[in-house]
Design a protein around this ligand. Structure first.
Ligand SMILES: *[C@@H]1O[C@H](CO)[C@@H](O)[C@H](O)[C@H]1NC(C)=O
Ligand SMILES: *[C@@H]1O[C@H](CO)[C@@H](O)[C@H](O)[C@H]1NC(C)=O
Ligand SMILES: *[C@@H]1O[C@H](CO)[C@@H](O)[C@H](O)[C@H]1NC(C)=O
Ligand SMILES: *[C@@H]1O[C@H](CO)[C@@H](O)[C@H](O)[C@H]1NC(C)=O
Ligand SMILES: *[C@@H]1O[C@H](CO)[C@@H](O)[C@H](O)[C@H]1NC(C)=O
Length: 351
C-alpha cells in the first residue's frame, strides 16, 4: 500500500501531500527504513544522477516538519555539529524574509542552550538608504571612501549581528547581510576597482578578514521577479556566482537557497495593490518557480563539483503553507523555524 501510494504521488507530481498515516507521524516506518538519510552528500549524488533535487516532499499532519519523499531527515545534535564543523560565524544574505530567517536561526540556537543577543544593527535614515557606518565598522579610512548608491525597495531588511554564547561551546555569531539582488550598487567605494558593486564590497572588503564559516544566501526572488527572468539568467552567472566562488575559502560552506511561494489571497495592507499582479506576464509564485528552476540549472555543475550548495525548491516546499502566510510574501515565524530544523538536520548528517 505504502509503495503504491509513493508511486502514485510521484506519478502525479503531487508535492506537499499531507500524509494519510497517523497524524504527526513524520517517518512512516516503511519509508524510513527503506530510504537513505537526507544529507548534502545524498542531494549531491541524487543531482549527479537525476539532474534535479528530490523536490517531492511531504509535510507531517500538523505542519511542524517536512521531509523529501526519497530520503528521510534524521534529527542531529546541532551543537556537536557546530563544534565538529568549527562553525563560529554564520552569515545569512537576502531581504526582508532573511531578516526573519536570521531571527529564527537565533531561536534555534537558544533551544539548544545558547543565550543570544543582538549586538549591532543598521540604523537606516531614511529607511531605504544603506547605513554606511554599520559597514565601515569603525574604520575611518574605509568610511571616507564609501558612497551610498541605489536605495532598497525593502523596509524591514536592516542588517544586524547576533552573538550567541554557551558555557560549553565557542560563541556563534550570526550576521544578516541585507541583499536585494545579485549585482547592485547599494554601497560602492569611491575610485575603486575592487568594489564596483555592493556585492563586491561585501565579499571582497567587508567579509575579507573573517569570512563566515557557514553562508546561506537566500536568493530574494520576491524582489528579483520585478525584473525580467532573463536579466537574472544573464547577471547571476557572471556577477555574484563567480565572485562567491573566488572569495570563498575552501573551509567555508556556501548555500544558494531558492525563493519561497507567495499567496495572492493573503495580500493585505500595503501589499494589497499587488494582489494578482502580473510580473512580466507571470503571477508572483509562477515567476519565482521559474527563477528557482533557472537558479538550479546555473548551479548544477558547481553543486555536483562541491563548489557551492543549494537546497530543495522552497516554492514547492512552501506552496501549501497558506495557513502560515503573513502578508502574501512573508510567513509566520513558524516557517522560518521549521526551515532551520530541516536545513540543519540535513547539513549536519554525515555518513
Ligand atoms: C506535531 O506532531 C509532532 C510529531 O508527532 C509532535 O511531536 C508535536 O508535538 C506536534 N505539534 C503540535 C503543535 O501539535
Ligand atoms: C544580553 O543583553 C542583555 C541586555 O543588554 C544583558 O543583560 C545580558 O548580559 C546579555 N547577555 C549576554 C550573554 O551577553
Ligand atoms: C580600513 O580600510 C582600509 C580601506 O579598505 C583598509 O586598507 C585598512 O586595512 C582598514 N583598516 C583596518 C584597521 O582594518
Ligand atoms: C577620486 O578620483 C578623483 C578624480 O581622479 C579625485 O579628484 C579624487 O580626489 C579621488 N578621491 C579619492 C577619495 O581618492
Ligand atoms: C553589474 O553592476 C555594475 C554596476 O552597476 C555594472 O557596471 C555591470 O555592468 C553590471 N553587470 C552586469 C552583468 O549586468
Amino acid at each position: 500500500m505504502c509503495s503504491l501510494g509513493l508511486i502514485l504521488l510521484l506519478a502525479f507530481q503531487t508535492y506537499d501531500v499531507t500524509p494519510s498515516y497517523a497524524p504527526g507521524v513524520m517517518d512512516p516506518p516503511m519509508l524510513a527504513t527503506q530510504n537513505p538519510v537526507c544529507s548534502n552528500e545524498f542531494f549531491r549524488k541524487f543531482i549527479t544522477e537525476h539532474h534535479r533535487y528530490p523536490d517531492a516532499i511531504k509535510w507531517n499532519a500538523n505542519y511542524t516538519d517536512f521531509s523529501p519523499l526519497l530520503c528521510h531527515v534524521r534529527s542531529q545534535n546541532i551543537k556537536q555539529c557546530m563544534k565538529r564543523k568549527n562553525i563560529q560565524k554564520i552569515a545569512v544574505y537576502g531581504a526582508s524574509n532573511v531578516n526573519r530567517y536570521g531571527l529564527q536561526l537565533a531561536e534555534t540556537l537558544k533551544r539548544i542552550g545558547f543565550v543570544c543577543n543582538q549586538t549591532k544593527r543598521e540604523n537606516r535614515q531614511p529607511i531605504h538608504r544603506i547605513d554606511l557606518d554599520y559597514f565601515a565598522a569603525g574604520n575611518k579610512t574605509l568610511r571616507s571612501l564609501m558612497v551610498a548608491g541605489s536605495d532598497y525597495f525593502c523596509t524591514g531588511c536592516s542588517s544586524y549581528q547576533i552573538t550567541c554564547k554557551s558555557k560549553d561551546s565557542d560563541d556563534v555569531n550570526i550576521e544578516f547581510i541585507s541583499t536585494e539582488n545579485v549585482n547592485t550598487t547599494k554601497l560602492v567605494l569611491k575610485n575603486s576597482t575592487v568594489a564596483p558593486t555592493y556585492e563586491h564590497f561585501i565579499f571582497d572588503v567587508y567579509l575579507k578578514k573573517s569570512f563566515p564559516d557557514l553562508n546561506i544566501f537566500f536568493l530574494p526572488m520576491n524582489h528579483i521577479k520585478r525584473q525580467p527572468i532573463e536579466r537574472f539568467v544573464r547577471e547571476f552567472p557572471v556577477t555574484l556566482l563567480p565572485l562567491v566562488k573566488k572569495v570563498k575559502p575552501p573551509t567555508s560552506d556556501f548555500f544558494f537557497i531558492p525563493g519561497t511561494s507567495e499567496f495572492e489571497e493573503c495580500r493585505t495592507g500595503g501589499a494589497e495593490k499587488y494582489k494578482y499582479y502580473l510580473w512580466h506576464g507571470l503571477l508572483a509564485s509562477d515567476a519565482i518557480r521559474k527563477l528557482n528552476a533557472q537558479l538550479f540549472s546555473i548551479l548544477e555543475t558547481d553543486i555536483i563539483n562541491g563548489e557551492v550548495s543549494s537546497f530543495l525548491d522552497l516554492a514547492e516546499v512552501t506552496s501549501s503553507l497558506i495557513h502560515m502566510c503573513a502578508d502574501g510574501s512573508h510567513f509566520h515565524d513558524k516557517w522560518y523555524f521549521i526551515f532551520w530544523k530541516v536545513f540543519l538536520n540535513v547539513y549536519c548528517h554525515e555518513d
